[in-house]
Design a protein around this ligand. Sequence first.
Ligand SMILES: O=P(O)(O)O[C@H]1O[C@H](CO)[C@@H](O)[C@H]1O
Ligand SMILES: Nc1nc2[nH]cnc2c(=O)[nH]1
Length: 295
Amino acid sequence: MQNKDDFRYEDCEETARWLLDRVQSPPVIAIICGSGLGLLADTLTDIKTFDYVQIPHFPTSTVAGHSGQLVFGILQGKSCVVMKGRFHVYEGYPLWKVTLPIRVFKLLGVKVLMVTNAAGSLCETYSTGDLMIIRDHINMPGLAALNPLRGPNDERFGPRFPSLWDTYDKDLRSTALEIARRLGHTDLIHEGVYCMVGGPNFESVAEARFLQRLGADAVGMSTAPEAVVAKHCGMRVFGLSLITNRVAQAYEMVDSVDHTSVLEVGKQRSNVLQELVTELVKSINFKEEDKQELA
Ligand SMILES: O=P(O)(O)O[C@H]1O[C@H](CO)[C@@H](O)[C@H]1O
Ligand SMILES: Nc1nc2[nH]cnc2c(=O)[nH]1
């Protein structure tokens, strides 16, 4: 049963067509900038920028540190699209709308999705300013049916029951690790499990302990729905968390996290993130079948 508030393939098509009519070359890589990480878009050349409010069917950004612009351009010779600002479920958007850009990117021809986010650490060995390559995720809202794939399935995007065992591309993860080491960032790079919660509050101590015991290394309020939808429609996914704070797991610990400090760490670390993402984009070789489709 199609609810008028569910996503429609035709709306995604309309948005994709609107964008294709206005850009030089269709993107093959999409990058989503997390809180305070919009500077990633500055690495592109030959840019064409659209405010989200201009784009048909696009939601608008309501959170500080998410400027609400879609930037098309070239990075390391590859045509890319960068979201300066993402959508979160706590903003009041249904998950199909949070993830609508991913489906539009699929129709534009995107093969690889790179998601970045700001996250709190649940792991003793992580420090503020460190980076965590996402090996896997725990989609807390998804486990309770708040899933972007809920509702009628459109087979043109993907199957009703997708497998998520290999959502975060193994080759991209190992290449990113190698790059980080080569760039001299061995001490600050980790690989771990990201847990998505609904937000917008930060965790209570009991919640933080609970998530850590579940196997989460970092926690945030985004990313998992985007990764699920990207995997569903056959994209390769890479995820990177910037650790912006330590989540208190003891009542004696002082947890001074707020959104301003999250954005501040993002600003301080954006150069490291830019470096890593740029080198990773450079390393990507599109498979033969992708090349044929792109030709
Ligand atoms: O996940 P991103 O968008 O990077 O943002 C993270 O930072 C915000 C909290 O400061 C939350 O929105 C959380 O999800
Ligand atoms: N849920 C959650 N999201 C974050 N985003 C940045 N830091 C945090 C955190 O500690 N918890």
